[in-house]
Design a protein around this ligand. Structure first.
Ligand code: PLP
Length: 353
């Protein structure tokens, strides 16, 4: 938890004093645990929380979180719940806006507008802005809290021209919208990598995600962040396997010499990818690297501890500072985001200060 605060403060140090921070706590706070992280962020005075769906937002409200919460992909069928739980929907289409208007009737309600500037995921297209404005002008009970967009490729300098173009398109559309209203509307477009690489496009707020959780694709930044999670298990049993015998399903693990193996009670149902099996990943046991041997099972996995001094009950680190998720992601052809969010709720989260 202290490392999360340290990472938050590092990103704060990159921002102008007036720039607000929304922290993304979608997907169980990138796998770490929604409520505990949200409460920590509330205590540390972030301005906003961001979630993906309404139910993530409702969970936070039920847990007593009072910060403003933006819902990135609100389900139109559940707009009445947004009103009940004071969640701010990111309105992304004329259809969604019309459904919302029916649900809120004439009651004052805050919304955010999501503009598509090139990502081509949810968001208003530029040719819809005129109709959008006409509807909003007729319904002053809807207060536009912010206008925002999402950048598609902030981590890749090969696409910097495209990113700058997205920022310029956003600036134009956001100005058109905010000039129509006599109150202030926040503008925001930067994610974690955007804060690092497009720092002069902060507008009024930024949306911090993966960086808070200790991961950056920018090497200098990665040096400054503290890792916010380790995953560990304990050796359930140790076995001695004679040369020529096999280990696990489909007999994929083959003892080419006499082996000492440890059975670790974590498997693919916990989120440990099967792609890590058969020597593709190493856990750390008593400071030593220990390769996975054979296939990862649903609830268990076997590791080679032949040359490691260890006993049943000793800890095995699936990932940690010494075998980080950035490396794990590369190893199985994915990104750290997917690694973090893949660990199932069955894996107990423990929060340390
Ligand atoms: C998840 C998300 C972010 C945060 O992205 P990171 O790359 O994790 O910083 C920002 N904005 C939106 C709309 C998101 O969905």
């Amino acid at each position: 938890m202290n490392n999360l605060v340290s990472n938050l403060n590092y990103f704060r140090s990159l921002l102008n004093p007036t720039t607000k921070i929304m922290v993304m706590v979608k997907a169980f706070s990138y796998g770490l645990g929604t409520y505990e992280v949200a409460r920590l962020l509330e205590e540390n005075n972030v301005d906003y929380l961001g979630v993906a769906n309404i139910f993530e937002g409702i969970e936070l409200r039920k847990a007593g979180i009072n910060l403003p919460i933006m819902v990135m992909k609100p389900e139109v069928d559940s707009f009445n719940l947004m009103v009940d739980y004071k969640l701010t929907p990111a309105i992304f289409s004329l259809h969604a806006l019309k459904v919302l208007l029916k649900k809120v009737d004439k009651v004052p309600f805050a919304i955010s507008l999501k503009i598509d500037t090139g990502m081509h995921r949810l968001g208003f297209n530029d040719n819809e802005i005129i109709e959008l404005m006409e509807i909003l002008k007729k319904n002053p009970n809807l207060k536009i809290e912010s206008v925002f967009s999402h950048l598609a490729a902030t981590d890749d300098s090969a696409h910097d021209d495209f990113t700058n173009q997205q920022i310029n398109v956003f600036k134009q559309i956001a100005n058109i919208i905010s000039n129509e209203f006599d109150y202030h509307i926040d503008k925001h477009i930067l994610n974690s990598n955007g804060i690092i690489r497009f720092n002069n496009a902060q507008f009024d707020m930024v949306r911090l995600g993966i960086g808070l959780y200790g991961v950056s694709s920018d090497e200098d930044t990665q040096q400054k962040l503290l890792s916010a999670s380790t995953l560990k298990s304990k050796i359930a049993q140790i076995k001695y396997i004679s040369r020529g015998e096999t280990i696990g399903y489909s007999r994929k693990g083959i003892a080419t010499e006499n082996l000492k193996i440890a059975i670790i009670p974590i498997g693919y149902a916990d989120g440990l990818s099967r792609k890590l099996g058969n020597g593709n990943w190493q856990m750390i046991v008593n400071g030593e690297k220990s390769s996975i041997i054979g296939d990862v099972c649903m609830d268990m996995v076997m590791i080679d501890v032949t040359n490691i001094d260890c006993k049943e009950g000793d800890e095995a680190y699936v990932f940690s500072d010494k075998n980080p998720i950035t490396k794990m992601a590369k190893c199985i052809g994915t990104i750290p985001y997917e690694i973090l969010t893949s660990y199932s709720p069955r894996v107990k989260r423990i929060f340390c200060y």
